[in-house]
Design a protein around this ligand. Sequence first.
Ligand code: PLP
Length: 385
Amino acid sequence: MIYLDNAATTMTYQEVVKEMSQYFTELYGNPSSIYEFAGKSKSAMEEARVTIANTLGASPKEIYFTSGGTESDNWALRSITKTLKKKGNHIITSKIEHPAIMNTCKHLEETGYRVTYINVDENGIIKLRELEQAIEPDTILISIMAANNEIGTLQPIRLIGELAKKRGILFHTDAVQMYGQLPIQVNRDNIDMLSASAHKFHGPKGVGFLYVRESVPIAPFILGGSQENHMRAGTQNVPSIVGMALAAKMTHETMQNRMISTAKKRDYLIRRILREVPFSRLNGDWKRRLPGNANISFQFVNASELLALLDMKGICVSAGSACSSHSKKPSAVLTALGLPEEIVQGAIRMTLSDETTMKELDYVTNTLKELVADCRKNNDEYLAF
Ligand code: PLP
């Protein structure tokens, strides 16, 4: 099996699994209990909070544990719009956000908020001038993702944060794809809220965090007990939180080398495919993209057919994002780049990790050459071309 779908999820590091296991069978106390045995769970959890805060240049009390990226996105948008309702009811986001943001925005629109979805250019980068022009007197929040899940495009978050700060507007970023891959610092990058998810950086699934700057008036998301400083009730998932912190530590310690080596492999893959497979094109910005992302369209090919053939050869990739790959709708992200339908429907996303080898990439390229040619054999448009 060749796994090129690391944007969907990553393999949990062995060290992480090992570290987590003792919190199931030995140190299984409830972190809210008051005896010494449970205190060990609590200290491990609080240590995890410190580790994660350190990776962002944040304070531990600004980190809230959640069930993952989707919850963090929901919490950030739904609670801040509630607490700042008197100040205004306008939000700005982009046209290429993940469904966790898009569907939350749609829900907010149904409950009386106004949302402006700003455009991106042909490479998937937001237009700062358009963002500035979209700001209105009642704008309370800008939510723009740090890196896109389909095309890996990096947004100018520092500049967005600077603009938001200058205009007295809060800035939230969905950093689910960026965190653990590239450096991100909440103070340097002027970020007020940030969402992340452990399974995207070699941690376990179903756990993540929301960073909330201390001065931001967040409201509780899940009501019940007093966990997470009365903000998110429910017994914390200690094994997963500990695992997430170790994965965060490991990915941050190795980030510099991984960034360089993964980007080199990505560029090798992209260059070989573009050179050797006719009518192929790279989607997204070549330079300003995640180190592991290669999103390539094959004209005259249906991506779902290609995906199935690749699967039979033991190669795992996605068409668009994993969350939308079961949907028949064309990718909203690629459509927002202004690409014609035949390019959008022939797009596959290959996402590498540090573990990906050159040998695997050679096998994938050679297989793609064969399979793309096979798919085109029955395509009338291609034959008539
Ligand atoms: N935001 C982005 C950009 C993502 O890529 C994803 C997952 O693919 C999410 C949010 C949702 O994260 P989770 O799977 O942890 O709910």
